[in-house]
Design a protein. Structure first.
Length: 520
């Protein structure tokens, strides 16, 4: 571990210890959202879609009941940025009409072909672009900006008859791991409103967790799907890059590597919904993933690691998470999988590899650029002072990102090529070891959902997700229980294009550990 990284880690660890009582005192009230009373909201999207097809439910009824739940919980969550409830109800009525006419004609099967979630509502992360709705993505200077067209992932779900209800909150330009910005404020975790829902897909995870969303279109560039999914106890999949279109995503970079790091992907409450939604979003590329090919657990090889390293410079992974990784591995072994005892020791340098590769991209948003004079940057210190006195134009997370970008976490410039080469070798190694039948069980973060603003002290936890964006490996966040009233999640990682292994393991762990547990 580089000396600069070690020093920063130790400072953060000391501050985390010293400030823990202050965070606890500020957040003693463990408020939660109202419990789910409508049993429809406890059903999977797959089950709801089947009920719509059979005539047990109408799409209009389903959409209306989800809107009711959204209106009940959002005042507490602050997750909804902009909505299209009236238009969604009109969409639902049109789908009900099409289903009724197809049933009369006797060609319902033709209508629902490739539309497994016809008539089911979804929610959309604001950065993924939903035509006509807000597209500011937490930036004050973009307030009032609206998407002129659907992003690629949104367009795919709409073609499949899924009905978008809204766009949800993100950090400023998605540059942070707590969903908070100066334009829309902070999104709360439904299991404890004083805690973070994670980021950058925190709005989506919060809505899913409390039964206010059935399906989600989200995105992940450094854990942005997986961290919120783990903090909110739902499923989130970061696909193999290049499978799902990232067209229309905000921000967008011109660097050719951007499409390798950023993925648009699904989040759901039930494991059975992940595969069909991923297939819909992948569109013409779905065949590359062989999602319909069966996964046999007795042919599965399971690697597992409870943490990347035990360095004194980094916060330890909580015992609840370490135990969850071990218990999940043993559960799969009992189901016939073979446990591999080999460890990927190279992961101990995850921070250096991630930072060195990620920040080598060009056109990374400059959060200090002066809009009035693009050739000059604002003073970081001055912007911090303005923020303290209520006059800032950038969130604290955005300024922190600017500092990280500038200083490269104090990794010597001469060492950067070395870590890029190490990342390339690790990708090749993991691809060889995992092959077409291996998965790695791994933590999602070195924390359960922490208190608001504690993200700055727990930032090292991103080392557990960001590297797999850099390596281009698919990964799924899977809920595996509760601890102290908070969800516990782990990560299932596979080789490129082996997403089906992640999804199959998610399904098996849902059987073994109960999956999503409703908040409240």
């Amino acid at each position: 571990m580089e000396v600069g990284v070690r020093i920063v880690g130790i400072i953060l660890r000391v501050l985390n210890f010293l400030l823990a009582p202050i965070f606890w005192l500020r957040a003693r009230n463990r408020m939660r959202i109202p419990p789910i009373k409508d049993t429809l909201l406890l059903r999977s999207a797959t089950d709801i879609a089947a009920a719509i097809r059979s005539g047990e439910l109408t799409s209009e009824e389903v959409v209306s009941r989800y809107i009711t739940r959204l209106q009940e919980v959002n005042p507490l969550l602050n997750a909804v940025v902009d909505e299209r409830y009236r238009d969604a109800l009109n969409d639902a009525r049109e789908i009900d009409r099409l289903i009724s006419e197809a049933r009369i004609r006797g060609d319902l099967d033709k209508l629902i072909a490739d539309k497994p979630f016809l008539g089911v509502p979804c929610t959309v992360k604001e950065s993924c672009s939903l035509a006509g709705l807000s597209n500011a993505v937490g930036c004050l200077e973009h307030a009032g900006r609206r998407a002129t067209s659907d992003g690629g992932g949104v367009r795919a779900v709409r073609r499949a008859g899924i009905i978008p209800l809204l766009v949800s909150n993100t950090p400023e330009l998605c540059l942070g791991w707590e969903t908070s910005n100066l334009l829309r404020g902070t999104t709360n975790n439904p299991y404890c409103l004083n805690r973070t829902a994670g980021g950058s897909s925190g709005g989506e995870a919060a809505l899913l967790a409390c039964g206010a969303s059935a399906l989600s279109v989200s995105s992940d560039i450094a854990g942005s799907i997986r961290i919120p999914a783990a903090f909110c106890g739902v499923y989130g999949h970061k696909p193999t890059p290049g499978i799902i279109s990232i067209e229309g995503h905000v921000p967008t970079l011109t660097d050719e590597n951007y499409a390798k790091f950023l993925t648009v992907g699904p989040m759901t409450r039930f494991a059975e919904d992940l595969g069909p939604l991923l297939k819909i979003m992948a569109g013409d590329n779905a065949h590359l993933l062989n999602l319909d090919k069966p996964v046999h657990l007795d042919q599965l090889k399971v690697f597992h690691m409870c943490e990347a390293t035990s360095s004194a410079a980094l916060l330890r992974v909580p015992r609840a998470v370490q135990s969850a990784v071990t218990r999940a591995a043993h559960h799969l072994q009992r189901r016939g999988a073979a446990l591999a005892h080999e460890k990927f020791t190279e992961l101990e340098d995850s921070v250096e590899m991630s930072v060195s590769v990620f920040f080598s991209m060009k056109d990374i948003p400059n959060m200090l650029q002066d809009p009035a004079n693009p050739k000059h940057d604002k003073s970081l210190l001055l912007e911090l002072l303005k923020l303290v006195f209520g006059g800032g134009s950038r969130s604290l997370q955005a300024l922190g990102f600017a500092l990280l970008h500038r200083k490269m976490l104090y990794i010597p410039q001469a060492a950067v090529p070395h870590y890029r080469r190490r990342a390339a070798r690790l990708r090749q190694l993991m691809q060889e070891k995992l092959g077409d039948s291996g998965v790695l069980l791994y933590p999602v973060h070195n924390s359960l959902a922490h208190f608001h603003q504690q993200v700055f002290l727990r930032a090292s936890g991103v080392m557990y997700t960001m590297l797999f964006n850099v390596l281009g490996l698919p990964a799924t966040a899977v809920p595996v229980g509760m601890h102290g009233g908070l969800p516990v999640g782990i990560q299932v990682i596979a080789a490129p294009n082996q997403d089906r292994l992640c999804l199959a393991v998610a399904k098996e762990l849902e059987k073994g550990f109960g999956g999503w547990q409703p908040a409240a």
